[in-house]
Design a protein around this ligand. Sequence first.
Ligand SMILES: [Zn+2]
Length: 333
Amino acid sequence: MIVPEARRKWLAAAVPALLMLLVAPLALKRLGRLPQVTPATQAAAVLPTAAPAPAAAGPAGELPNIDAARAMQYVKEVVDFGPRPIGSEAHKRLEAYLVAHLKGATIEHDDFTAATPEGNFPIHNIVAKFSGTKPGVVIIATHYDTLMRVKGFVGANDGGSGTGLLLELAHHLRGAKRNGYSVWLVWLDGEEAIRQWSPTDSLYGSRHLAEKWQKDGSISQVKAFLLADMIGDADLNIDRDQNSTPWLEDLVYEAASKLGYQSHFFSRSLPVEDDHLPFAKASVPVADLIDFEYGYHNVFWHTTQDTLDKLSPKSLEITGDVMLETVRLLDQK
Ligand SMILES: [Zn+2]
């Protein structure tokens, strides 16, 4: 993913000078949003209805709770493959590993050849479908390729964290048919730019899949697209993305607040270019859950320092639980 160059320069140069100017309006903004999502207000909103319906998914409306240690173990196993850029042997082994871990789900493969500035590369999007009782689909996506142009880049957070988290989410979706929308887990490929980020050199997998689903009509079933990218940072601060759909971002914040995780969400707002954009263009509501402050001034991003020691199982748990709770809130809409 990337934020526009101007914005990044602006952040680096102007943050110290504008900190005081920024803090006050942001604080006011947060205060302004709080009444919509505090538990007290939710309770008040529920009271007038005679018999609040139980949650549409999960026994007795229990809040989701993924296995943080198992999620972290998956991330470790993914990172152990080493650098996983498109076209590499490690990438092929990771594809086989992902598919092997998705037994019991209906798998859709979206395989094609992408023309990049460095030549043609095979791209493989992997979709695992878990059916629900309600017509419609919620997508939970991530990317599993890693950056090619930085030698020795293992992408523990950028590529690894989301890939491992979605494997953990598969445990919570397989087995019984879920009482709500179908959920499709999507491991997107070819997210990273091969030479330099541009509309044509980036998002190879997501652009292809969005187009494929527009052609075959699948896109009309998709009620929401949730993206996890760089969500393993031990110091987890998920940004509010200005390119995401505001009402869906609000719903993510509501889910985070229900779980007591709201302090990890949306203290900063910025526009993010990531795998959600091709789906947004296709009129799908989208929310990118991304922490683009990976180390002070994002110093670990796209460097060989993006390693497992920077990550925390708790951050995977927070993101995973919030995503599952967001799906449940969507079920009830
Ligand atoms: Zn990246």
